[in-house]
Ligand binder design. Structure first.
Ligand code: KIV
Length: 272
């Protein structure tokens, strides 16, 4: 029964720390709505991220930049209504925390108050240290996000692997240590070399959750719609598809449409 999702009644930031110290891996997926968050929570996912990837996945934008704080709160409150066990973390969207630490705190308070979520996530290291400290001082748990930070896509120019070079790798390790020191409860490491991610996971005591960061970290996160195979175009090396939902949904719609047109649906059992 060691893999039973019922083992912890409610996942908290403390549970995640315990899991790291016991060497138990943490599972995390994104969700943006009530129906899917209910399913993945019941299936035993440890952490649900209401990611700003909703901007791509739910709204069809090319980047995560357009999604607003109000839209993130809408998604987060829908997710929260479906969750009994998982820890729910919400991304602070682009433009809701970069100006100054007061704005970062105000945005975090809105997320916590209006959605009922359990923690927030911010992208970046030393440049947003003051903002993270201020949020933490208000008693709001913070998850960091280093490596590929999609809100800075126009600065990077590409979504390619980050921190391959010595200087950037050194900076990433120093940022991770700083996030641990000021009190973040966990860090997402996105698209960095597996060896570097392993080193970070060994050097800091808080859980490191990887996406495209290899298997020697404390947990993994994927975008739910990607791992369910709903999107066909997005195929990075790190993505494992557990379903081909794109075909399954498409076949179901083709069958339904054919049944309507042939008058097979509804039959006499399916009417009042
Ligand atoms: O927004 C998101 O989905 C994320 C994950 C990719 C970590 O930040």
């Amino acid at each position: 029964m060691s893999n039973s999702p019922k083992k912890y009644t409610r996942i908290t930031t403390k549970t995640l720390a315990e899991m790291k110290s016991k060497g138990e891996k943490i599972s995390m997926l994104t969700a943006y709505d009530f129906t899917l968050s209910t399913i993945i929570d019941k299936a035993g996912i440890d952490v649900i991220l209401v990611g700003d990837s909703a901007s791509n996945v739910m709204a069809g934008h090319e980047t995560t930049l357009p999604i607003t704080l109000d839209q993130m709160i809408y998604h987060a409150s829908s997710v929260i209504r479906g969750v009994e066990r998982a820890l729910v973390v919400v991304d602070l969207p682009f433009g809701s925390y970069q100006a100054d630490s007061k704005e970062a705190l105000r945005s975090s308070i809105r997320i916590m108050k209006e959605s009922g979520a359990h923690a927030v996530k911010l992208e970046g290291g030393n440049q947003i240290q003051g903002s993270i400290e201020r949020i933490l001082q208000a008693g709001i748990p913070v998850m960091g996000h280093l490596g590929l930070t999609p809100q800075s896509i126009y600065k990077f120019g590409t979504y390619s692997v980050r921190a391959r070079q010595g200087e950037e790798a050194k900076q990433l390790i120093s940022d991770a240590k700083m996030l641990e020191k000021i009190g973040c409860f966990s860090i997402v490491l996105e698209k960095v070399p597996a060896k570097l991610a392993e080193e970070v996971a060994q050097k800091v005591s808080i859980p490191i959750i990887g996406i495209g960061a290899g298997g020697k970290v404390d947990g993994q996160v994927l975008v739910l719609h990607d791992m369910l195979g709903m999107s066909k175009e997005f195929s990075p090396r790190f993505l494992r598809r557990y379903l081909d939902l794109n075909h399954i949904i498409s076949d179901a719609v083709i069958s339904y449409s054919a049944d309507v047109k042939s008058q097979d649906f509804p039959n006499t059992e399916e009417q009042y």
